[in-house]
Design a protein around this ligand. Structure first.
Ligand SMILES: NC(=O)c1ccc[n+]([C@@H]2O[C@H](COP(=O)([O-])OP(=O)(O)OC[C@H]3O[C@@H](n4cnc5c(N)ncnc54)[C@H](OP(=O)(O)O)[C@@H]3O)[C@@H](O)[C@H]2O)c1
Length: 245
C-alpha cells in the first residue's frame, strides 16, 4: 500500500487529490495549519486518510511533525500555498519597504518554503521510484501578480534541481501549474467577482472555470509507474489559457 502525503490536503485541490489517492487504496496523510478543517476533511474522506497539523513554512513545526508523518513515502504532493499579498485589501500590510518585504516574504513562505522544507524533511524517507509533485500557478507565466507569481516561478526553478538530485533513485519531481480553479479556499470566503470569473473563462480555450477534479488526473498519472521517465516538467492545467512554455 503506497504512502501519500498531501500538504494543504484539507481543502480545495489538495483535498480532491487526497480523496482520489484514498479511493485507489493508498494511505494518505493530509496536512495543514487548521486542525478543525483537517479533522473534518479526514472524517469525510474515510479511514485511509489521516490528518497531521503543522505550518509547513515553519522549520520547527515541520521537524516536530516528522514523528507523525509516514516512515516511508511514495508520493509527496506539495500542494500547500496561496496568495498572501494583501495589497489593496483592507488587511493590507503596512506601506514602506518593511511592509513590502513582509508581503514578499509571506508569499515565499507560503509557496516556496513550504515545498522546500517538507521535501527536505522527508527526503530520506522517499522510497526509490517515489514521486514529488509541486504546485505552481498560471501566475508564474502570465505575470501581473507580483510576489505570488514570483514565488511560484521559484518553485518551478527549484523543481528542476530537485529532479536532477532525485533522478538517479528513480524519483521524479514535476510541477502542476493550474489556472483559475473554483471550489477552493484560495480566494477566501468571498471568492472572486463575477467579472473576474468571466475574464478567466474568456481567456480559456475551454470556456469554463476549472475545478479541483480537473487537477486529479494529472496528479494520479504523475504518481503512476507509467510516468517513471517524466520529470523536471511543468504541466499547465488551465483550460488552454496559456499555451505552455
Ligand atoms: N485555486 C486556484 O485558482 C489556483 C490557481 C493556481 C494555483 N493554485 C495553487 O494550488 C494550490 C492549492 O490551492 P487551492 O486552490 O486548493 O486553495 P486552498 O483551498 O486555499 O488550499 C490551500 C491549502 O494549503 C494549506 N496551507 C496554506 N499555507 C500553509 C502552510 N503554511 N502550512 C500548511 N498548510 C498550508 C491551507 O490550509 P491551512 O490554511 O489550514 O493551512 C489549504 O488547505 C496552492 O499551491 C495554490 O497556490 C490555485
Amino acid at each position: 500500500m503506497r504512502q501519500i502525503v498531501v500538504t494543504g490536503g484539507g481543502t480545495g485541490i489538495g483535498k480532491a487529490i487526497a480523496a482520489a489517492f484514498a479511493e485507489q487504496g493508498d494511505q494518505v496523510v493530509i496536512t495543514g495549519r487548521r486542525k478543525d478543517v483537517l479533522a473534518e476533511a479526514a472524517a469525510e474522506l474515510g479511514p485511509r486518510v489521516r490528518p497531521v497539523v503543522f505550518d509547513a513554512a515553519d522549520p520547527a513545526q515541520v521537524e516536530a511533525a516528522l514523528s507523525e508523518l509516514p516512515e516511508r513515502v511514495d508520493v509527496l504532493v506539495n500542494n500547500a500555498g496561496g496568495n498572501r499579498d494583501r495589497t489593496g485589501q483592507p488587511d493590507a500590510a503596512p506601506t514602506g519597504l518593511a511592509g513590502l518585504a513582509a508581503a514578499w516574504q509571506a508569499n515565499l513562505d507560503a509557496n516556496l518554503f513550504t515545498a522546500v522544507l517538507v521535501t527536505t524533511a522527508l527526503r530520506e524517507r522517499l522510497n526509490p521510484g517515489a514521486r514529488v509533485i509541486n504546485f505552481s500557478s498560471i501566475a508564474a507565466h502570465r505575470g501581473g501578480s507580483g510576489s505570488y507569481g514570483a514565488a511560484k516561478a521559484a518553485v518551478e526553478n527549484w523543481n528542476v534541481t530537485l529532479a536532477q538530485e532525485l533522478g538517479p533513485e528513480g524519483i521524479t519531481a514535476n510541477v502542476i501549474a493550474p489556472g483559475y480553479i473554483a471550489e477552493t479556499d484560495f480566494f477566501g470566503t468571498g471568492g472572486i467577482s463575477a467579472e473576474r470569473v468571466a475574464w478567466n473563462v474568456g481567456q480559456s480555450a475551454t470556456k469554463r472555470v476549472g475545478v479541483p477534479a480537473d487537477i486529479v488526473g494529472i496528479a494520479l498519472y504523475l504518481a503512476s509507474p507509467a510516468a517513471a521517465h517524466l520529470t523536471a516538467q511543468v504541466f499547465h492545467l488551465d483550460g488552454g489559457t496559456i499555451y505552455g512554455r
